[in-house]
Design a protein around this ligand. Structure first.
Ligand SMILES: [Zn+2]
Length: 308
């Protein structure tokens, strides 16, 4: 799931007198070690208030508010551990079914690509394509070093958050194995591209949240299908440019909005994505289209919907 951390939102159900152990008052206490299955990220409870708990997975990001129905103890609590195991097994079965959509030969080729990657940086870990990986040559020169780990359970070769000049790449390599799409279809890529160019022309360095999916080309080499889930600029943007971008991208409840830069601090604004745009040096100005059920979005037929 995109933006799982630290941008997550969970809704809390009404408190129940009867029901599972984890929904009983007092079940969670400050200092408990918990997680949110099927994820296994280890977090610490820092406050409890009714059926909400504040959990913190890293002090730098501060606590997030989560409903008790979504949290389970990681250890020392049988009901929580049993339920987490059940959720983990269900998720695994779901992912296996999902993976089975791709032909064996695609998955074998994908495994070879991933095994051939070379680490070129850390924090976050960055990759380049291995010398013998049969990707199109431009992918080495343009994408090497920008590739980060991606959490999509699809044929993704990496995720890119750097301010790569995607419209230029599309002009130069659109006939050489590059396609760019937004499968969420709330806003199509040509519109996002227009906004991207508006930001560039105003002197900003826009970036996409881009998953680089493996695309097998007819000649046996590998191209890139880039899945766009967000457009962003570090820091605030001026009112004129903001207005132009909003005119293109819309101003529905969930966007535009700011979100937090990883380097920012606990007192920063922009924690709550339901709030309007808050220009602040410590925030990212961004539009984010991902969300909902990502399985069923990232499947092979989506490759046919490309438009550019
Ligand atoms: Zn428990």
């Amino acid at each position: 799931m995109k933006f799982r951390l630290p941008f997550r939102h969970r809704t809390a159900p009404a408190a129940a007198d009867t029901g599972p152990a984890w929904e009983q008052p007092g079940h969670f206490k400050s200092g408990d070690t918990v997680h949110m299955p099927p994820d296994s990220v280890r977090e610490t409870v820092v406050w409890v208030e009714g059926d909400l708990v504040g959990v913190e997975f890293h002090p730098r990001f501060g606590p997030s508010s989560v409903g008790t129905s979504d949290v389970r103890h990681l250890e020392g609590c049988e009901p929580c551990m049993v339920d987490a195991r059940r959720q983990g097994e269900e998720e695994q079965a779901r992912e296996e079914t999902y993976w089975a959509q791709w032909p064996d030969e695609d998955r074998d080729l994908y495994d070879r690509v991933m095994e051939g990657r070379v680490v070129v940086g850390d924090r976050p870990r960055r990759y380049r394509f291995g010398d013998r990986t049969p990707v199109r040559e431009w992918m080495r020169t343009e994408l090497d070093g920008h590739l980060l780990d991606d959490e999509m359970p699809s044929l993704t070769m990496g995720r890119i958050w750097d301010p790569v000049d995607w419209p230029r790449l599309e002009r130069e390599y659109g006939d050489d194995g590059l396609t760019i799409i937004n499968p969420w279809e709330t806003v199509l890529w040509p519109t996002i591209r227009s906004a991207f160019v508006v930001l560039q022309q105003a002197g900003y360095s826009p970036a996409l949240d881009a998953s680089v999916e493996m695309d097998r080309l007819d000649d046996g080499t590998i191209g890139a299908e880039v899945i766009v889930s967000a457009l962003m600029v570090d820091g605030p943007i001026d009112a004129d440019t903001y207005g132009q971008a909003v005119a293109l991208l819309g101003d529905a409840t969930e966007f535009p909005h700011t979100w937090l830069r990883y380097e920012s601090y606990p007192d920063r604004p922009g924690r709550d994505l339901s709030q309007p745009y808050q220009p602040d040096e410590r925030n990212v100005t961004g539009w984010n289209w991902s969300g909902g059920d990502w399985m069923g979005t990232f499947n092979p037929p989506a490759q046919e919907t490309t438009s550019h």
